[in-house]
Design a protein around this ligand. Structure first.
Ligand code: TZP
Ligand code: MG
Length: 213
């Protein structure tokens, strides 16, 4: 049986936006604040580079209970024995990814619209990232922003837990959870902040407040 990811506050590491502290120290700040899911997303790295950075991030995550997700690079995910692989609509089909990673690794898929959501096979895909909710400079080639109404329409079609992404910050925890997502996946709301630990804490507290509503 596969494990699950905590989708309440999901950090996506970006090498450019994390430049001030680096990926490992940004991860340390986030997990110290209580972030339990960290994705390594590095579009230009080779598999060897992904594995090298992944090992540094894993060293920070060790013993914290926080999990590592590898974006796109199946070979790196396998070599790192990551907790999860995350793929997008333009990557290999989920069936193929599942075949390569085997039955035990968590598989996440990006979903951009209702058609993507209805096509998700819950026997293969464990969670979805839905977005972008808002336009964001972090991902140059993103799909049309969904807004909160669009997010709710897409999440309603998802047969697995969903995390919202794209232009999100602590102030959006209410509408994101109201739309049916379990939480927020963020890059710049943590990586791009002068105080990533305080920024992470703010996100976690905002989601916890909404979960108690
Ligand atoms: N997928 C959809 S939007 C996005 C990704 C990876 C980037 C989100 O970055 P930010 O800085 O949280 O808007
Ligand atoms: Mg991808």
């Amino acid at each position: 049986m596969r494990g699950t990811l905590d989708l309440s506050v999901y950090l996506v590491l970006d090498p450019g936006l994390c430049a001030a502290y680096g990926m490992a120290d940004t991860t340390r700040a986030a997990v110290t604040a209580g972030v339990r899911t960290v994705q390594l997303r590095h579009k230009t790295a080779s598999t060897a580079e992904m594995v090298a950075i992944g090992r540094q991030v894993q060293a920070v995550l060790a013993g914290t209970g926080s999990k590592l997700v590898v974006n796109d690079d199946v070979a790196a995910a396998i070599e790192l024995q990551a907790d999860a692989l995350h793929i997008g609509q333009g990557d290999m089909p989920p069936e193929q990814a599942r075949h390569r990673i085997g039955p035990d690794m968590i598989l996440g898929l990006s979903v951009e619209n209702v058609a993507n959501a209805s096509a998700v096979d819950p026997a293969i895909v464990d969670y979805v990232g839905v977005g972008p909710v808002f336009a964001t400079a972090t991902k140059s080639d993103h799909a049309t922003p969904l807004g909160f109404d669009g997010l709710a329409r897409v999440v309603a079609e998802c047969p697995v837990p969903a995390v919202a992404i794209g232009g999100l910050g602590a102030e959006h925890a209410g509408p994101v959870l109201a739309a049916g997502a379990e939480g927020l996946a963020v890059v710049s709301a943590i990586c791009g902040q002068p105080k990533p630990e305080a920024a992470s804490r703010k996100l976690i507290e905002a989601v916890q407040r909404e979960q108690q509503e």
